[in-house]
Design a protein around this ligand. Sequence first.
Ligand code: DSN
Length: 445
Amino acid sequence: MDNSADGAIARLDTNGQASLAAVDCHVHELLLRQERQERTTLKLIASENFASSAVLEATGSIFTNKYAEGYPGARYYAGNEIVDELETLAIERLKALFGSEHANVQPYSGSPANQAVYRALLSPRDKVMGLPLPEGGHLTHGWSVNFSGTDYQRVPYGLHEKTQQIDYDRLRETARRERPKLIWVGGTAYPRIFDYAAMAEIAAEANSYLVADIAHISGLIVAGAHPNPVAHCDVVTSTSHKSIRGPRGGFILSKNEDRYQALYHPTSKYNLARRIDRAVFPQLQGGPHMNIIAALAVALQEAATPAFRTYGHQIVRNAKALAEALLDRGYDLVTGGTDNHMLILDLRARPLSGKAYAERLARAGIITNFNMVPGDPRDPAVTSGIRLGSPAVTSMGMREEEMVQIAAFIDLVCRQPDDEKVHANVRRDVADFCAAFDVPGVSDR
Ligand code: DSN
């Protein structure tokens, strides 16, 4: 086979059908290596999952080729009748699943979705309340190095010192005093249920917009394993690739009307839904990624099934089982456990940093991310914690008993962090352990 660049281009030019292996053996080889990694390691990153083969097929489809700036029925390019149907299908499925009045499926991911919320609701320098990153919040909820922390006034709210859960009383006091225009509820490292009803009361008292970021938990919400914030919030944002198991993208749900239109947007001729849409396009983005929107529609179809409901509840059962097994082995967990899909190991009492443990675990085939813990004395690039999540291993079909074994693997490595033989043995055992399970989108292709 002629694998030279010239040979590859010639084949592509003649029929446009050459396979990846024929066109680019380098990328193909990397893909095979990544596939092998996905099949033989434990993916415990709380924000990752395995998209199904159907979702991957739509992601890699010819919808990649279509430019469709604008919205269904109002595009800036011709030939969009089919993708109009496609985008409308995704929107309608999303509205039905979450019970939302309005949906926008064009954000390229979670951070752009959140950026659109700022554009639609606020003016630069307005006050924004959010959970700080070290306490489990997200960069875009007002963290200092992010646009949300530099272009807006940050008013952080925090955790209760003892419970390490959101201190709603203190939050209420701060909101009354500061009167932020927007309050975020959501995060990336918060292992408990969010009390949306309490947050809605607090936001109403302070004339604040309430925006839920459900990127991590959207799959749990659809499955009924976490409360749905839609009724309580003005806007809800999410990524589409975490627990909801779709392609890498984002979406925004909102009410149609703005309850603070007269107060904050008296001269705008657009209601809340239109302002969200206009913030996404044309203010921030260009053409939507129609292949991703197609894959989102597929994922939403999958998420509407009874099997997905079972899956969502099993995610939580697995996270709780993993938490219990680690507590039994003497580990400290932020908040002492979990109500959702993730747990945060607090390693401050142990000799190494979160980063060092995460690196050792990765050598043993256990893929995690190092993470700040509340009150962390270490830098965000080092940290004293590790975040673990159950969505991906639950997609492989693992249940509570496998979580007990995973805790044993983690413990073996963390007890002997500098013993490379232990890492190698656990790596082999983890691969054998994973071989008994299917990996959606990988082993079924
Ligand atoms: N990177 C995401 C996560 O891992 O939670 C947040 O943006």
